[in-house]
Design a protein around this ligand. Structure first.
Ligand code: GLU
Length: 443
């Protein structure tokens, strides 16, 4: 078995195509199949190098390896051979319409209530007519001749699907500049590489119908080819995902402090009969993967759910994992234990490190109280009861209690209203830093 993920380098991978990526990868690792990463980069005008580099980086960060990496731009010879073959069997024909002429025809069909299919205006041109167009300076694009045969397949997600050949328009396979279009290049590659399972978004269903005829024309064994079309994600409030999440790119989530396994956990299970929960290890996702679990309904992606899963995963990290994933290799066990329960993302770990170990500037709105606290601050060594004893004395001395007691201290010490448990925090900071911070808040 062989699968592939085939993005075009026209943007960074986002939540939507990351899901397709992950499902292909899990399919491969679950079934012991090969996983091919293919760059669909024949559209030179829209490709950008940074997106290709970004793709490889994102895959690595997500923990998704691949068995082979190839680029369509390196495989032009294969597409040329396929083109010659299709021309030789009369399934590829030259078309001379300009984009304006095609648009005009399309509008007329739509206004007459007809489906906007290509009318095969160029199919039966005589040699002289073709020569006349060429002399006018027109360069042909090339279309695939669809046969009026039915196309059917048993979709891994959607069950049996059926298209009538007569209702599929002849697709353009070669552009005017001679470049093969995705529709062809993808089939040639899938055929050449021996891909057995094509798993992609439901927006490709109509492509599949057309591409199955191309596979057949190129002599592929359709028995060995399986398709699965995943329903596209929608945002939790029912809107289009891209409009809700901005670009929704994986690197944006990464910059926001989301862990790779939070993304993997949600994207592996959304739209399946399994519940969405935090998975710490890929192996558990591989083990529980099953194509049969994917439903045809529209899955709803919620950023809030992702953040919740992320928070749970952060709380489950061991000290070692926290050290390596936060880029803070020097944090100590007591620091991690004290700070962990309050973290939403690992980014916040860095903030707390700065607060507990380095220099920050805070302000106080209760200077008299802070002065008293400073005056009564016990000298080291501190025992397990030193801080609570100090608070008891402060309470007696100032009459403050509860929030009135804690909040001004917390703000003067950390600049925040919330954070680690008070005694743990103080013990992390120690006498010298506590004193310095309280003094600083008075200035
Ligand atoms: N490059 C295509 C896309 O990004 C690939 C679709 C496919 O999987 O065949 O939509």
């Amino acid at each position: 078995m062989k699968v592939r993920f085939a993005p075009s380098p026209t943007g960074y991978i986002h939540v939507g195509n990351c899901r397709t990526l992950l499902i292909n990868w899990l399919f491969a690792r679950h079934h012991g199949a090969e996983f091919i990463l293919r760059l669909d980069d024949t559209d030179k005008e829209r490709n950008e190098r940074r997106y290709e580099e970004g793709l490889l980086e994102d895959l690595q960060w997500l923990g998704l390896n691949y068995d082979q990496y190839l680029k369509q731009s390196d495989r032009m010879g294969l597409y040329e051979a396929a083109v010659s073959k299709l021309k030789a069997i009369g399934r590829l024909y030259a078309c001379y319409e300009t984009p304006e002429e095609l648009e005009f025809k399309r509008r007329r069909q739509v206004s007459q209530g007809l489906p906007p299919l290509y009318d095969r205006g160029s199919l039966h041109l005589s040699e002289e007519e073709k020569q006349k167009y060429i002399q006018e300076g027109r360069t042909p694009h090339w279309r695939f001749l669809i046969l009026p045969e039915d196309v059917t397949w048993d979709d891994m997600v959607r069950g049996p699907l059926h298209f009538e050949g007569s209702k599929l328009g002849d697709p353009v396979l070669i552009r005017e500049d001679g470049m093969p279009i995705y529709t062809l290049a993808s089939v040639v590659d899938d055929h050449d590489m021996g891909i057995t399972h094509i798993i992609r978004g439901e927006d490709h269903i109509a492509n599949t119908a057309v591409q199955l005829q191309i596979f057949k024309a190129l002599g592929a064994n359709l028995e060995k080819l399986h398709f699965g079309h995943l329903s596209l994600l929608q945002s939790a409030d029912g809107g289009e995902l891209s409009k809700r999440l901005g670009t929704g790119s994986i690197r944006e989530l990464r910059n926001d402090g989301i862990l790779p396994m939070a993304i993997n956990s949600i994207l592996a299970k959304i739209g399946t009969s399994d519940s969405i929960q935090p998975f710490s290890h890929m192996n558990d996702l591989i083990k529980t993967f099953d194509m049969e679990k994917f439903s045809r309904g529209t899955p709803k992606f919620s950023i809030v759910e992702l953040q919740m899963i992320n928070q749970k995963l952060v709380h489950q990290l061991s000290l070692e994992e926290a050290r390596s994933q936060s880029g803070l290799p020097h944090i100590e066990e007591n620091f991690w234990t004290a700070v962990r329960p309050n973290l939403k993302t690992l980014h916040e770990l860095k903030d707390w490190w700065t607060i507990c170990r380095e220099d920050i500037k805070t302000k106080t709105t209760a200077p008299e109280f802070i002065e008293t606290a400073l005056r009564l601050l016990p000298l080291e060594p501190w025992t397990t009861t030193t801080i609570s004893d100090w608070l008891t004395v402060l309470k007696q001395e100032t009459g403050r209690k509860g929030k009135d007691l804690f909040m001004p201290l917390r703000q003067a010490l950390t600049g925040h209203d919330h954070g680690p448990e008070f005694a743990l925090l103080l013990n992390l900071m120690g006498h010298a830093l506590t004193k310095k911070r309280l003094e600083g808040s008075l200035k």
